[in-house]
Write a protein that binds this ligand. Structure first.
Ligand code: HEC
Ligand code: HEC
Ligand code: HEC
Ligand code: HEC
Length: 194
């Protein structure tokens, strides 16, 4: 009887170990949660978010520093800064790309045909990858509250979103303490009332 119990105990222990190993492996090979939707690029958002009536979101972004964030990495300033961190080419090094581009480390299956790294900090850097929410029906449903935006990957960003990049880990030191009110005012893009 003793031996039988010991065998059962050993089998259960083995089962537990196998369960852990397989779950750790599937965790390691699954893409992280944030990449469960495909990045489609700014051009798609532009189709519906460029008109004055809608609030000119595309133009406001295009005029902002965010649309130039990738180009910036090719400047002499960027190369100089890169040297400090052992970066030879900032435009291909994830040490720089992670804040100066959108979804840079997303696996290729999460990058749509129109995805283009040169768009820098695009809409989807803040609003989440748009592959599932960009369709008119979904967008209207989300706006009216009929559809749960989280299921489709749409993020309504806030100060914490900004601080994911505007923080003391950016080339250290950042120009000045990040002031959300002032910084948001520079790039605000509300939908007009009515
Ligand atoms: C097919 C047209 C279309 C495309 C493409 C599109 N949108 Fe929209 N979007 C809308 C409509 C319609 C609304 C509802 C508000 C309105 O009528 O202006 C909306 C609303 C939103 C809202 C506000 C949601 C809310 O609940 O307040 C955000 C944010 C947004 N879109 C971001 C994006 C981003 C980012 C992209 C690109 C990845 C994108 N949209 C692509 C049509 C579109
Ligand atoms: C994915 C990283 C990232 C996120 C998220 C982000 N930014 Fe930026 N932001 C940058 C980078 C990189 C630059 C510098 C671009 C350049 O000059 O080439 C920048 C520049 C700016 C600038 C222009 C600099 C200035 O002093 O006028 C403003 C304003 C700004 N961001 C506001 C915001 C706000 C507000 C948020 C949140 C709603 C935000 N950013 C979220 C990366 C980010
Ligand atoms: C943690 C996020 C983060 C990382 C990593 C990062 N940057 Fe930046 N970078 C920013 C932000 C945010 C700004 C805008 C700061 C501001 O204006 O307040 C910026 C601005 C810059 C600017 C100045 C743009 C201008 O307005 O003239 C240069 C140049 C630059 N970054 C180069 C680099 C290089 C090169 C690397 C890699 C070695 C790098 N950055 C890594 C977030 C980051
Ligand atoms: C730097 C981060 C950032 C980027 C880049 C960005 N947005 Fe936003 N967006 C925000 C924030 C923050 C809000 C305000 C959320 C709130 O109302 O609380 C917002 C709100 C919106 C809204 C809703 C406005 C309203 O009145 O309800 C729309 C639509 C929108 N963004 C579309 C876009 C599109 C399209 C792009 C690209 C062309 C874009 N955004 C790029 C941060 C960003």
């Amino acid at each position: 009887m003793k031996t039988f119990q010991r065998i059962i105990a050993q089998i259960s222990l083995l089962a537990i170990i196998i369960f852990y190993i397989t779950s750790i492996e599937s965790y390691a090979f699954d893409p992280p949660d944030e990449y469960s939707h495909q990045f489609i690029g700014v051009a798609k958002c532009k189709m519906c978010h460029k008109k004055e009536k809608k609030g000119f979101q595309y133009e406001i972004w295009r005029e902002s520093a965010h649309s130039r964030a990738y180009e910036t990495l090719a400047t002499p300033d960027a190369k100089e800064l890169g040297k400090k961190y052992g970066v030879i080419d900032p435009q291909i090094d994830s040490k720089c790309l992670r804040c100066h581009t959108t979804g840079h480390d997303a696996p290729s299956e999460f990058k749509g045909r129109k995805f283009d790294i040169s768009e820098g900090v695009g809409c989807e850097s803040c609003h989440g990858a748009g592959g599932d929410y960009y369709k008119s029906k979904v967008m209207k449903g989300i706006r009216s509250g009929r559809i749960n935006r989280e299921r489709y990957g749409l993020i309504i960003p806030n100060e914490d979103t900004c601080k994911g990049c505007h923080n003391a880990n950016a080339h250290m030191p950042v120009k000045e303490e990040f002031n959300f009110k002032i910084m948001w005012a520079k790039i605000a893009h509300p939908i007009p009332e009515g």
